[in-house]
Design a protein around this ligand. Structure first.
Ligand code: TYD
Length: 142
C-alpha cells in the first residue's frame, strides 16, 4: 500500500489540436499522458445544481478526471491535507492517485465529468466510510 499524499496528485495538461474555427481535439494516451493504462472510461452528466458526488476513496485505482464540459470542484483529502482543484478546461485533467478521499461539487449547469480509470469497476476497491478511510491511511503509515 502506498503512502500517497495530495501532493502526488496534479493537473495534467492534455495535448490540444486546434482546427481553427472547426474546434479542438485533446488526447490522452496510455503511459504518455498518464502513468497508467486506461481500462475504463465513464462520465457523469445531468448533475442537479447543488449536488455532490464522490465521498469515497479507492485503494488501488488511478484516475484522470476531466471537465469535458462546464466546471466543477474536486477536493482531495489524504487524511492530513485537503486540496481543492477547480476543473473548467477540457484540455486539463486531474491525476488522482490511489488512497485519496475525494468530493466533487459546484457543478455548473451542463457539466460533464469525464473519468479515465486504471481498472474496471470493482466495488471492493472503494472505501465509502470516512472513518474507515482514516483507519486505512493510518494503518498504511504505521
Ligand atoms: P460512484 O462511483 O459511487 O459515483 P460517484 O462517486 O460519482 O458519486 O458510482 C455510483 C453508482 O454507479 C454505484 O452504484 C456504482 C455504479 N457504477 C458502476 O456500476 N460502474 C462504474 O464504473 C462506476 C464508476 C459506477
Amino acid at each position: 500500500m502506498k503512502k500517497t499524499t495530495v501532493y502526488d496528485c496534479s493537473i495534467v495538461e492534455l495535448s490540444q489540436h486546434h482546427s481553427d474555427r472547426k474546434g479542438n481535439i485533446s488526447v490522452v494516451e496510455n503511459g504518455k499522458t498518464v502513468p497508467f493504462n486506461v481500462k475504463r472510461t465513464y462520465y457523469l452528466y445531468d448533475i442537479p445544481g447543488g449536488e455532490e458526488r464522490g465521498a469515497h476513496a479507492h485503494k488501488e485505482l488511478h484516475q484522470l478526471i476531466i471537465a469535458a464540459s462546464g466546471s466543477f470542484d474536486v477536493t482531495l483529502n489524504d487524511g492530513n491535507v485537503k486540496r481543492t482543484f477547480m476543473l473548467n478546461r477540457p484540455y486539463q485533467g486531474l491525476y488522482v492517485v490511489p488512497g485519496m478521499w475525494r468530493e466533487l461539487n459546484n457543478f455548473s449547469s451542463g457539466a460533464v465529468c469525464l473519468v479515465l480509470a486504471s481498472d474496471i469497476y470493482d466495488e471492493a476497491d472503494y472505501i465509502r466510510d470516512y472513518r474507515e478511510f482514516l483507519e486505512y491511511k493510518f494503518s498504511e503509515n504505521s
